[in-house]
Design a protein around this ligand. Structure first.
Ligand SMILES: *[C@@H]1O[C@H](CO)[C@@H](O)[C@H](O)[C@H]1NC(C)=O
Length: 431
């Protein structure tokens, strides 16, 4: 019964993450949906708002045959809205009207603000991102809005492999005028393979991204320098200690036992002592192991697979890898806790399960408040929060339990190389 419930939950989470993403194959004249995503200042790409938070008007078409949204989309604040443009596969469309907007004082102010801050918007066709700029301002402080969107869509067989957007026709922004938005679609055969359609965005010339070789080199040298410095200091101290130890090797055992220890040997009786807060300590260590494994696996997966080709798939993958690696947390946290002779292992397990997710959720919650206040598109919907909570409760927790039980049984008994002093050694005064 419990198992059945669990599998239902996992299944529903899986489908909710997977969404009803269509298979990217189109028939002739099949509807192609242009999704409007976000709009925001060009110079701060973290700041995004819903496209229709600006007074843009929608096209006439209101119904679409499918819709998709994944968990990662929701968490990343991707909120796709149908543009209302009527686009059909391989059907060229000469310039057509989208809609007409009355520029009243309020619309004027918000569009003026958008142009002043170099707002740009983002859209998706068949998961391919497209960007366009809202408008521009000329020397005489006149504001213009680009009103004509020209789509050039490349197709290969029955798949969409390339999209270009050109913004044309500037219209002057004045209060009381009417602004007409138009669009046009041209379909062109292309030889780009479907599997290579994202390569265009990886080309460094596309975004004019530059790899910062100098700063990579700089940080690298800094790391080498610091590691060298620290190891040099350590080596010197250790060598001094070793010299003294070997000098005293000829003293007999009796005398050595009485004599005070010095150097790094001073800590041998305390280094394996249980932490003052074993619960917190072992949970932190366990979560740390888990995060390291998650980071490593996600990096490997994104090198091997093409995670960038689907929106939000890196986040989806991370969430799944995090859930799947929960036993790592349980194993290392639980075994450490048991070695530190902690008593409440169930408490420790619950705590370590909740530690990282709750920190993330706490932060996200605060940010969410701010986001809702500013009506930013990053606000996370309540249902996504629920699915995240469900993943924590029904996937991460049981897996963590498995890990904890394994860890306690396989590595739960202490086998320290040296004895722990009964009385903790006082930390010496700083000289
Ligand atoms: C899009 O623009 C690029 C670069 O100008 C060009 O190589 C490509 O053929 C264009 N694609 C379409 C479908 O027009």
């Amino acid at each position: 019964m419990k198992l059945a419930l669990l599998s239902v939950v996992i299944l529903s989470i899986w489908t909710c993450v997977k969404g009803d993403e269509h298979d990217h194959n189109y028939q002739n004249q099949e509807e192609v949906v242009l999704w409007m995503n976000t709009v925001g200042p060009y110079h701060n790409r973290q700041e995004t708002y819903n496209y229709f938070s600006l007074p843009f008007c929608k096209g006439e078409k209101t119904t679409i045959s499918h819709y998709h949204e994944s968990l990662a989309d929701a968490i990343q604040g991707v909120e796709l809205e149908f543009s209302g443009l009527d686009i059909a596969f391989k059907v060229n469309k000469p310039s057509a009207k989208v809609c007409e907007m009355d520029v009243n004082e309020e619309n004027f102010q918000s569009l003026k603000y958008a142009v002043d801050n170099h707002y740009w918007y983002q859209m998706y066709i068949d998961d391919l991102p497209i960007w366009g700029i809202v408008g521009e301002v000329d020397q005489s402080k006149d504001y213009y809005i680009w009103t004509h969107k020209k789509f050039e869509i490349g197709y290969n067989d029955n798949q969409i492999v390339d999209v270009n957007l050109t913004s044309e026709t500037k219209a002057k922004l004045t209060v009381g005028s009417k602004m007409m938005f138009t669009y046009e679609v041209t379909w062109k055969p292309s030889t780009t393979l479907f599997s290579k359609r994202y390569d265009k965005y990886l080309d460094p010339n596309f975004f004019q991204h530059r790899i910062h070789w100098f700063s990579i080199f700089n940080s690298f040298m800094m790391v080498i320098f610091l590691v060298g410095l620290v190891s040099m200091i350590l080596m010197r101290t250790l060598r001094k200690d070793y010299a003294r130890y070997s000098k005293e090797d000829d003293l007999d055992d009796m005398e050595r036992d009485l004599g005070d220890e010095y150097g790094w040997k001073q800590v041998h009786g305390d280094v394996f002592r249980s932490a003052s807060y074993p619960l917190l300590f072992s949970s932190l260590v366990g979560s740390g192991y888990q995060l390291a494994v998650v980071g490593f696996l996600v990096i490997v997966m994104s090198i091997i697979g093409d995670l960038y080709t689907e929106r939000g798939s890196i986040l989806t993958t991370s969430i799944f890898v995090y859930a799947a690696t929960a036993p790592v947390n349980g194993y290392f946290g639980g075994s450490l806790y048991s070695r530190q002779s902690g008593k409440g292992w169930i408490k420790q397990m619950l705590f370590s399960t909740a530690l990282f997710p709750s920190m993330i959720c706490g932060t996200a919650f605060l940010i969410n408040f701010v986001a809702i206040y500013y009506r930013a598109s990053r606000a996370i919907p309540f249902t996504s929060m629920l699915s995240v909570a469900a993943i924590c409760l029904f996937v991460i927790l049981p897996l963590n339990l498995v890990g904890t039980v394994l860890g306690r049984n396989m590595a739960g008994t202490p086998d320290y190389p040296c004895r722990i002093n009964t009385v903790p050694r006082p930390i010496p005064e700083k000289k």
